[in-house]
Design a protein. Structure first.
Length: 299
């Protein structure tokens, strides 16, 4: 669905995108995460044809995106910085969309009206940020897109509306094989909806995996020995982070659970537990190894 190879983009002497490559399969929900300044929004604007790359390729459905109006009929982009015409109401904006997008679905508009429950005669600009975001999703889903690109998508929505919005999106993924690329700092939320994840740092993708695979390669190991942990045991592990509370030591370790378990069993520990990591912890420890440091992490 999305294929990006060796993408580069600079602004004057600042290189925002550096040899970035990624793939997003059709019908998947792909989470793009990274620290502030990693280049996520710049990449998304290139993907949407707002910026033009300096070099490399960006293709959706094997077509170039830039100045491809026919392809953009099939794409919806919802950013954190929304734009609405100053005097247009929701229904007037919907009619404007219907004139532009050939797949506009008025039946979908009426169905979603029961979910978002906002008076269609209200001016979009006079709505709160959260309500404007609801309108953006409401109208965006009625376009029946093949690709939905979201930048901080549910910021400003209350918990109930967040759940309702994601339910609508995931229903479209299941029923129409719609593809979603979502960039967000809310990693706990992405963990519930994404099946693939890409971690971006300094303009490049440093990790790209199915979410289950990413979780399967980094583990939290809690141990206690009769005395200090054997140096031989520690030297056999690929340890990313260490902390201690009383006699229990906690290690963040790269490797499969089976490998870690077999290495630990050789040294007869009093306690040896392997615990799953959250997406947030994977993000922290992956970037910690690349110089994006963190302090005072409580395990």
């Amino acid at each position: 669905m999305i294929s990006v190879e060796n993408l580069n983009k600079s602004f004057d002497k600042f290189k925002a995108i550096n040899e970035l490559s990624l793939k997003v399969e059709k019908g998947s929900v792909y989470g793009l995460i990274g620290p502030n300044g990693a280049g996520k929004t710049t990449f998304i604007k290139i993907l949407m044809g707002i910026y033009r790359q300096d070099s490399g390729s960006v293709r959706v459905n094997d077509e170039n995106v830039y100045e491809n109006s026919k392809l953009k009929q099939k794409i919806v982009y919802i950013s954190d910085d929304l734009f609405f015409f100053t005097t247009y109401s929701i229904i007037e904006t919907a009619k404007y969309y219907a004139d532009i997008y050939e797949n506009w679905d008025w039946d979908m508009f009426e169905k979603l009206r029961d979910i978002f429950k906002i008076d269609v005669k209200r001016r979009c600009k006079r709505l709160s940020k959260g309500m404007q975001k609801q309108v953006a999703f409401w109208l965006g889903m009625c376009i029946k897109p093949e690709l939905m690109v979201l930048d901080e998508p549910v910021d400003g929505l209350d918990p109930v509306m967040r759940r309702n919005t994601w339910a609508v999106i995931l229903q479209e993924v299941a029923e129409r094989n719609m593809t979603v690329l979502v960039s967000s700092h809310n990693l706990r939320e992405l963990e519930d909806v994404c099946d693939h994840v890409g971690i971006m740092f300094n303009g490049s993708i440093v990790l790209e995996k199915a979410l289950d695979d990413a979780k399967g390669e980094i583990h939290k190991v809690q141990t206690a020995f009769n005395g200090c942990a054997p140096k031989e045991f520690l030297s056999e592990l690929n340890i990313l982070h260490t902390s201690k509370f009383g006699s229990v030591e906690t290690y963040i370790v790269k490797g499969t659970a089976e490998e870690i378990k077999n290495k630990g069993a050789k040294y007869d520990p009093l306690i040896f537990d392997i615990l799953p990591l959250t997406l947030e912890e994977i993000f922290i420890y992956e970037l910690g190894g690349l110089g994006y440091e963190f302090e005072n992490i409580l395990i």
